[in-house]
Design a protein around this ligand. Structure first.
Ligand SMILES: Nc1nc2c(c(=O)[nH]1)N[C@H]1C(S)=C(S)[C@@H](COP(=O)(O)OP(=O)(O)OC[C@H]3O[C@@H](n4cnc5c(=O)[nH]c(N)nc54)[C@H](O)[C@@H]3O)O[C@H]1N2
Ligand SMILES: Nc1nc2c(c(=O)[nH]1)N[C@H]1C(S)=C(S)[C@@H](COP(=O)(O)OP(=O)(O)OC[C@H]3O[C@@H](n4cnc5c(=O)[nH]c(N)nc54)[C@H](O)[C@@H]3O)O[C@H]1N2
Ligand code: SF4
Ligand SMILES: [Mo]
Length: 723
């Protein structure tokens, strides 16, 4: 007994010491002066500072626990609509994003060959001068369009966009075409908005999730809302070729054949319309194009969809009946990363239309309150110069319906490689890792290789930074201010919890500095970060000091104006004239997806709860709790091929090959294999992530949906052999 006790005591002690070492040794002793000024800490520098997570784009509210002037823990802020008091595993581990020993803490300038990883430290003065001079030289020689800009959604993006549009370039790559273009463009065509909000209240009875793995691909508030709805007895039907954690919690898992979700939903529409189970009043009053839809979907009965999807006709018919019976408390979730096949746009339209037919508008689906900058103020700025250059990503000449600020990033990359219609010479990247997030990594390196100049703003040496000429270190999200974040009727604040380590600086500061050096100072009319925030808060009549204490500002209630959908007809468009006018089908039609050849598998990709995209794999805490990255293969298929868990295999597609260990599992269809994204980093500047696992972007072939411009990630087929 004594032995056991002492062993326990020892474990407890060594655990504490290890944690203290891991975190404590990197923590600078000073908390942010801003927090002290706002009286957020007591005389011992203890307290909680409200701020915002940035471990993913959901931006939950957090409370940073500060003890003796050190941040010791991040907790969910109950006062935030997204976190509601909870942070996900990535949010909880955010401390190690700030205290990562591999953080880039000074500006860096490349000295060796590109990709060799040899950089020298530089002052901000030198790095910013060099960047501005290179950009101006490119502009002078080739025009502003020869500088391309890319960035993934973040709060300082309006300033980034100021930089690129004021510079005069039309070439802008965002993550959206790699993620949810199909969902956005489809919602714009059907509802006239990018993404309606969903209400998971007591009444919600039936939820159809199409590849939306909410219990692993986490959006805290929605993930919790789904779990609570399941607890209250709502039925979840989940379609995914993989048995995910969401499948485990669903009432029914349908291992649908990849790319055939469209057939499944067309058949649901067929039954609901054919048997007259839709909400006649709602359809008559609030939609247009019912006849065209009815005519098209009459071609798609469940018996037609069954052999395509692998789901029995009776099951499809039953689900159609159950869905209609639950109306209007039935939700067909339109998904998030909807970049699976080139027919994903039609799948999305069919899902949107299914919701309209059961009349769940204003009951389960509502207009999002969060779009736009609402009633906030902004620094004055002149209009942007007009750019006469054609956009390299095909908007609008090839993709007439894709909004400009969304773009088609993979097409931009491909046209850089082709030099068609012209050749760009510089690339400015911020908060993004296109070396990994774009399909076909080899092609991305070819595009990067064409540049005279590449600059990246990041906090670590991600693979893109590793191949850059200049790396500008942003302060981490616990060390800086950002513009306010509107969610519903509040504007939330990100504020520094600690002073920046090293030379890290906020994006607000970096873009203003660059703007001034580029002669574009008029687009950055704020003295410093706090001044920017004060200008945002001015119309609300609330002081920054108050907002620092509370973590948010209430927005004035606006009178609900008479609502109509922002479509040409002002109604929900089951048939869309806009689509038809540019030569696309006005109602969703069946388009057969390509299928793998003999001995080939669909390559699936998807999020895991412990990692965010391509940027968190070097986080020590997340690394500790992540599974070893392996290729999932159906156990029976693996046995047939003489392979077992732990074997090293070579996975080959049309564009690349990787080596990875195998995981034989029942949790995937026999015709699919699966890889977790975000592994196989090349950057030796990431000591934990370097060389770990393999990169699925090496394998992905680039396919683009012609309507939404979304990439088609599940349309890559691979062979697998033992090595
Ligand atoms: N933990 C964590 N949470 C995240 C993120 C993260 O990186 N980590 N990222 C956030 C972001 S940016 C996004 S966009 C969302 C993405 O969240 P989700 O939309 O849930 O997307 P994924 O996890 O990429 O893929 C979901 C599932 O699609 C399945 N799938 C592949 N092809 C098909 C098909 O043809 N049909 C069907 N029905 N299913 C298919 C895959 O097997 C996978 O399980 O997650 C967000 N939340
Ligand atoms: N194979 C495959 N490809 C995919 C996906 C997939 O599931 N599989 N998912 C797709 C989806 S849904 C999306 S949304 C895209 C995402 O694609 P990207 O946006 O390119 O990927 P991220 O990993 O989110 O890139 C974030 C970068 O920001 C850096 N960063 C983190 N914090 C900060 C900060 O405070 N400041 C700055 N400046 N940088 C910071 C990180 O180090 C990282 O380099 O990828 C898409 N591509
Ligand atoms: S979902 Fe997780 S990682 Fe994303 S903002 Fe919220 S706590 Fe942070
Ligand atoms: Mo995404």
């Amino acid at each position: 007994m004594a032995d056991l006790l002492s062993r326990r005591a020892f474990l407890k002690l060594s655990g504490t010491t290890a944690a203290a070492l891991a975190v404590g040794s990197f923590i600078p002793p000073q908390v942010a002066q801003a927090a002290r000024d706002a009286n957020l800490l007591d005389a011992n520098n203890d307290g909680y500072i409200p701020s915002m997570c940035e471990m993913c784009v959901w931006r939950c509210g957090l409370l940073a626990r500060v003890k003796n002037g050190r941040v010791v823990k991040l907790e969910g802020n109950p006062e935030n609509y997204h976190s509601k008091g909870k942070l996900c595993p990535r949010g909880q581990s955010g401390l190690m994003n700030t205290y990562d020993p591999d953080r880039v803490l000074t500006p860096l300038i490349r000295v060796g060959q590109r990709g060799e990883g040899k950089f020298r430290k530089a002052s901000w003065e030198e790095a910013l001068d060099l960047t501005a001079n290179q950009m101006l030289e490119i502009k002078k020689k080739y025009g502003p369009e020869a500088m391309i800009f890319s960035s993934t959604h973040n709060l300082s993006q309006p300033l980034f966009e100021n930089l690129l549009y004021a510079f005069g370039s039309p070439n802008y790559g965002t993550q959206r075409s790699l993620c949810f273009n199909a969902m956005i463009v489809s919602n714009l065509m059907t509802y006239g908005m990018q993404e309606p909000d969903r209400i998971y209240d007591d009444k919600l009875k039936y939820i159809l999730l199409t590849g939306r793995n909410l219990l692993e691909a986490i959006s805290t508030s929605e993930t919790s809302a789904l779990s609570q709805a399941i607890d209250r007895g709502a039925k979840v039907v989940y379609l995914d070729p993989r048995f995910t954690k969401t499948a485990a919690k669903a009432a029914e898992w349908l291992p649908i054949k990849p790319g055939t979700d469209l057939a499944f939903h067309l058949a649901l529409l067929n039954v609901i319309i054919g048997e007259g189970l839709y909400n006649h009043d709602f359809v008559a009053q609030h939609t247009v194009g019912f006849e065209e839809l009815q005519k098209e979907v009459s071609k798609y009965p469940p018996e037609w969809a069954a052999p395509l999807t692998g789901i029995p006709a009776e099951t499809i018919t039953r689900i159609a009946h159950e869905f209609a019976a639950a109306a209007p408390y039935a939700l067909a979730h339109n998904g998030w990363r909807t970049s699976n096949f080139v027919n994903s746009f039609h799948t999305q339209r069919a899902i949107g239309i299914l919701n309209a037919l059961v009349g769940n508008w204003n009951v389960i689906m509502v207009a999002s309150a969060g779009e736009g900058s609402g009633p906030l103020g902004a620094p004055k700025q002149p209009p942007y110069p007009r750019s006469s250059a054609i956009r390299l990503d095909g908007i609008p000449w090839k993709y007439p319906l894709v909004p400009m600020n969304i773009g088609v990033f993979q097409e931009l990359r491909d046209n850089i490689v082709k030099g068609d219609p012209y050749t760009p010479h510089g690339w400015f990247i911020s908060r993004q890792n296109p070396a990994m997030s774009l399909p076909d990594r080899n092609q991305t390196f070819q595009a990067l290789g064409k540049m005279d100049f590449i600059v990246t703003v990041d906090i670590i040496m991600n693979d893109t930074a590793w191949f850059s000429d200049v790396v500008l270190p942003e302060a981490s999200y616990l060390e800086r201010y950002d513009p306010l974040n509107i969610i519903n009727d509040r504007a939330y604040l990100r504020q520094p919890v600690i002073e920046p380590q090293g030379e890290g600086r906020s994006a607000l500061w970096i873009y203003k500095q660059l703007g001034e050096r580029l002669g574009l100072g008029d687009f950055f009319q704020y003295k410093d970060d706090e001044d920017y925030l004060r200008q945002q808060l001015a119309p609300l009549g609330v002081s920054l000091e108050e907002v620092k204490k509370k973590g948010y500002a209430e927005l004035p209630k606006t009178e609900a104006a008479g609502f109509s959908w922002n479509t040409p007809s002002g109604k929900i468009e089951l048939y869309s004239d806009t689509l038809a006018k540019v030569g696309f089908p006005g109602v969703p039609i069946w388009e057969a997806p390509p299928a793998p050849g003999e001995n080939e598998f669909y390559l699936l990709t998807g999020k895991v709860a412990q990692q965010s995209q391509f940027g968190s794999q070097n986080n020590l805490y997340l690394h500790k709790y992540s599974d070893e990255p392996r290729l999932w293969m159906n156990a029976k298929t693996a046995r047939g091929l003489g392979m077992q868990t732990g074997d090293w295999v070579e996975v080959t597609s049309k564009v690349g090959a990787v080596h990875i260990k195998l995981l034989a599992t029942e949790a995937i269809r026999p015709d699919c294999v699966f890889m977790t994204p975000g592994y196989g980093h090349l950057s030796k500047g990431l000591k934990i992530a370097y060389g770990l696992g393999a990169n699925d972007s090496v394998l992905h072939v680039t396919y683009t949906d012609p309507i939404s411009g979304g990439q088609a990630l599940s349309q890559t087929f691979v062979t697998v052999k033992k090595v």
